[in-house]
Write a protein that binds this ligand. Structure first.
Ligand SMILES: NC(=O)c1ccc[n+]([C@@H]2O[C@H](COP(=O)([O-])OP(=O)(O)OC[C@H]3O[C@@H](n4cnc5c(N)ncnc54)[C@H](O)[C@@H]3O)[C@@H](O)[C@H]2O)c1
Ligand SMILES: [Zn+2]
Length: 354
């Protein structure tokens, strides 16, 4: 899998600039963008300069497999004056736009060039890189998808200035995941940071993106367990995201707490390491302990959890799933666990009730 080039931009790119970045001139750029971006006046002027634009509403419903054929038909109608093969898809938005537009680019005429212009920090540091695209089936996340890396990912800081605080915090969930997977320097930087804001994350982007690609390169198509370490925090995270409708990264942050506690309980992680990681995640980063989480949200029943976890794509077979444990920062590893032990652990930690 070819690593997407990462290009930092000061202003929105013209068609000519996009052609230059792509290294070729597609007949047409098809800009698939988040409708919310029209609140930004520069964006509103920019988007009018392109003839082929497709506006969508961000979120998990955009990723629904059920509504995908309708979108594709509309897109084909839009680009009908040209051969669909001569189109380059430019995805402008957060992770949901990237997953949707990336999947569309991978299947239109069996694949047309793709460029990501992430507008959330979560997409900028994580989802736009590594080539995964995804759609959901009946609310179950990422059941259908393809490996389809963008040729380039364009990063523009000004987009992130309009992000609400929850979105910044959501990005921090994925950032914490990478810090735990890598260890230093990311972990040290996170622990030493004075303020968890956009400015700090911006300084860490290159390191986080490189760390993700390091794992992707070792196992680009998830044929071994290696790439799966990037799912640290995601087993419980995906369940909480789907069940409570939490932003992805906030759910991952909660999932990291679960993974740290379970790693310790199973004897893989020393007590002092556990304590310092929980302090980082809860006290410094503001993710919730299981007790505070269930006080704020309704407690999940074990049967609901069972339903969500068996639909998760990390399942090995009907009874087991691949779970990412952590010995210490920098030493993540994947182990098959039974669903039964996973559910028992969520009860022991207090996330679920029988
Ligand atoms: N493919 C991958 O490798 C990968 C990795 C991680 C997450 N994901 C997926 O990414 C999605 C989560 O990403 P996300 O949080 O970026 O999703 P999102 O696209 O739903 O964006 C979140 C919210 O931010 C808004 N928004 C976007 N840009 C904005 C801006 N500049 N200013 C203000 N608001 C803005 C959106 O309208 C939306 O309400 C999930 O579907 C998750 O499964 C994919
Ligand atoms: Zn994620």
């Amino acid at each position: 899998m070819k690593k997407s080039s990462v290009v930092f931009l000061n202003k929105l790119p013209t068609g000519a600039k996009l052609s230059e970045i792509l290294g070729k001139k597609p007949q047409k750029f098809l800009i698939i963008y988040d409708s919310k971006l029209e609140r930004n006046s520069d964006f509103k002027i920019w988007i009018k300069k392109f003839s082929f634009t497709y506006k969508v509403k961000a979120g998990e419903s955009l990723k629904s497999l059920e509504s995908f054929p309708g979108h594709v038909k509309k897109i084909f109608r839009l680009i009908s004056p040209f051969s669909p093969r001569s189109v380059c898809v430019v995805a402008v938005g957060g992770g949901s736009i990237g997953d949707f537009a990336g999947f569309a680019a991978s299947v239109i005429k069996r694949g047309v060039p793709l460029i990501h212009l992430p507008t959330t920090l979560l997409a900028a540091m994580d989802s736009a890189h590594g080539g995964k695209t995804a759609l959901n089936i009946s609310g179950f996340k990422n059941q259908v998808g393809s490996f389809y890396p963008a040729e380039s990912v364009l990063l523009m800081k000004t987009f992130f200035q309009s992000l609400p605080n929850t979105q910044i915090r959501s990005a921090y969930g994925e950032f914490a995941k990478m810090a735990l997977i890598q260890g230093d320097p990311l972990l040290k930087n996170l622990q030493g940071s004075k303020k968890l804001d956009l400015e700090f994350l911006w300084t860490q982007l290159t390191e986080v993106i490189d760390e993700k690609w390091k794992w992707v390169k070792k196992d680009p198509y998830e044929e071994s367990n290696v790439r799966q370490v990037l799912n640290l925090g995601h087993s419980l995270g995906h369940v909480l995201e789907a069940y409570y409708g939490l932003p992805h990264g906030l759910a991952v942050g909660q999932g990291l707490i679960f993974a740290v506690k379970w790693s310790h309980h199973r004897g893989y992680m020393a007590a002092d390491v556990k304590e310092s990681l929980l302090e980082l995640l809860i006290q410094k980063m503001g993710f919730l302990s299981p007790e505070s989480f269930v006080k704020k949200h309704k407690k999940l029943t074990a049967s609901k959890l069972m339903k969500f976890i068996t639909e998760d794509k990390k399942m090995v077979d009907a009874r087991r799933l691949n779970f990412v444990f952590l010995e210490k920062p920098g030493i993540p590893f994947v182990k098959k666990v039974s669903i039964h032990s996973f559910i028992t652990e969520t009860q022991r930690q207090g996330w679920t009730q029988v």
